[in-house]
Design a protein around this ligand. Structure first.
Ligand code: ATP
Length: 514
């Protein structure tokens, strides 16, 4: 774990050094859990959003997009349940004065049992070598079974406390399991309290009677309140979906893991409207579609798992998370929820407007049920970076840091490097760039040695570098270098467009079916 934390630290500083992510307001010492994306970060982020947007709206002819406002009528948040129930249970350590989410402290305790089990398995695998039967070991080893039993016991107690909204019991669990504050190391805890995560502000001048409004904590409600607009104007037939990408805001109690938990972040959400009774079928379908979308990136299938919710939100009848193995363990990147007809019914009730769908095949009206897929852009960004970050030892004792990003997501696709700054090589290089820049994000670099320039491109994950040398002026060929293998080959300038396109085209990702 310590080694993983080390990697995470390096990743955070890499992000800053290479223009991916900066702390917000840094010259004023920053602002808690708010970050800015730099010149390379914004490109990677935009590519992630495009991959999601295209997979939703191009691959599904019954999914359309919208872009709703961040400010919305405050009653929307009453109807959605956020005013009354969008709370996290918080607890303070009296010695360190640090604040924690009680549920997260307990989840970390649960994860410790998994760590212990994994260590036993790892040890045994080393000892028994090829003859090791992992499944049998997990089913029979006394230490594994003991840890499984302890985990199950804690899990049941935790799930019950969450479902009963029993804050005293949450605290009691923390006390009974002797969970300590990671900063002070003590168990001097306050009571557990509920804390609402919405940011509020005022709209209009106070003289007119200002309206208390909220910064949206999710983009989904903007979709629900536009259900009728989209359905009618697009003549949409159920089943159909509405997708949206946009900022969301949550006053997170604990925000310590870089861009994993931010107070201002971005979501990509899709609400899929279906006939009542068919929702669980569609839930399964979207689970599979979404996990395929993740796996198509080629970051490693083993890095993903589903995690079903212990406590269903007030609106859901099924829910699962797609978790990704971050440097700090498996963590939620996306939630898939079967939200029943809760939202549309509730908006019908609070707004007094009928929000129903007339189904011509069934010849009746009903309130559609909803499957939601909700993924955080920033968490996705972090997972892509974490899985791509590699430190490699090279022949001759040299090392390099390379981001093995999926080529379609890379901020720069092609670096164009004249071998020297004279003899007409820069002009030739710029001529190539001016041909290719309409389709690919190219970067021209003539400073420092070729080796140094390669390293700079490796560090930002550029799939291809081309070098223009003196021969290029006469034979119209360049040397192309592949990021991951570092292999170089001579290719005609006329072929570059096809070579690069084949590797970096988003279409390649969208076409992958697992
Ligand atoms: P968590 O349990 O980690 O707080 P959540 O279950 O509240 O997350 P959802 O409400 O399901 O999250 O939001 C959907 C997605 O939005 C999450 O899977 C995550 O990727 C992203 N997300 C939620 N909160 C944040 C945050 N504070 N910072 C960055 N991304 C977030």
């Amino acid at each position: 774990m310590a080694q993983q934390e080390e990697v995470f630290k390096k990743l955070v500083s890499h992000c800053k050094e290479y223009g991916f992510v900066f702390p917000s307001s840094e010259i004023y010492d920053g602002l808690g859990a708010v970050y800015d994306y730099g010149q390379n970060g914004v490109e990677l982020k935009n590519n992630i959003k495009k991959y999601w947007w295209d997979s939703m709206t191009l691959l599904n002819d019954n999914v359309v997009g919208i872009d709703s406002a961040i400010f919305m009528h405050p009653t929307i948040w009453k109807a959605s349940g956020h005013v009354d129930a969008f709370n996290d249970p918080l607890i303070d350590n009296k010695d360190s004065k640090k604040r924690y989410r009680a549920d997260v402290l307990i989840e970390e305790q649960l994860a410790k049992y998994d760590d212990k089990i994994d260590k036993e398995v790892e040890k045994a695998a080393k000892k028994f070598g090829n003859t090791f039967d992992e499944q049998k070991f997990r089913e029979t080893n006394p230490r594994v079974l003991e840890n499984e039993a302890k985990k199950a016991e804690l899990h049941t107690r935790f799930a019950t406390a969450l479902n009963d909204n029993n804050l005293e019991e949450l605290r009691q669990i923390i006390v009974d399991y002797e969970i300590v504050c990671p900063i002070s190391g003590t168990r001097n805890w306050t009571e557990v309290r509920q804390f609402n995560l919405m940011f509020a502000t005022e709209m209009g001048s106070t003289a007119d009677g200002a309206l208390k409004i909220y910064l949206r904590p999710e983009t989904a409600q903007g979709i629900f309140v536009n259900f009728l607009n989209v359905q009618k104007s697009g003549r949409m037939k159920i089943p159909f979906g509405i997708a949206q990408i946009g900022k969301a805001f949550r006053n997170e109690i604990v925000a310590r893991q870089f861009i994993f938990r931010m107070r201002e972040f971005e979501q990509m959400e899709m609400q899929f409207f279906v006939r009542p009774g068919e929702e669980l079928q569609w839930f399964e379908k979207w689970k599979q579609t979404r996990i395929q979308w993740h796996k198509a990136l080629g970051l490693g299938d083993k890095k993903y798992r589903f995690h079903d919710h212990d406590k269903l939100a007030h609106y859901a009848n099924a829910a699962t998370d797609i978790e990704f193995e971050m440097p700090f363990g498996f963590k939620e990147v996306e939630g898939i929820h079967s939200r029943t007809d809760f939202d549309l019914s509730s908006h019908e009730k609070f707004s007094g407007k009928k929000i129903q769908y007339f189904d011509p095949e069934l010849n009746k009206s009903y309130t559609p049920y909803v499957i939601e897929t909700s993924i955080g852009v920033d968490r996705m960004f972090l997972s892509v970076l974490a899985a791509s970050y590699c430190e490699e030892e090279l022949e001759g004792g040299d090392t390099r840091v390379v981001l093995k990003l999926p080529p379609a997501l890379a901020p720069v696709k092609l670096a164009i490097l004249p071998l020297v700054k004279k003899d007409g090589l820069p002009e030739k290089a710029l001529e190539i760039m001016n041909n290719l820049k309409f389709e690919f994000h190219c970067q021209y670099d003539e400073k420092d040695s070729i080796g140094k320039r390669y390293r700079r491109q490796d560090a930002i994950g550029t799939p291809y570098c081309i070098t223009i040398d003196h021969d290029s002026l006469t034979d119209n060929q360049v040397t192309i270098r592949h990021r991951d293998t570092m292999q170089q080959e001579r290719v005609p300038i006329a072929d570059l467009e096809t070579i690069v396109r084949e590797k970096v085209n988003m279409k390649n990702l969208l076409k992958i079916k697992n």
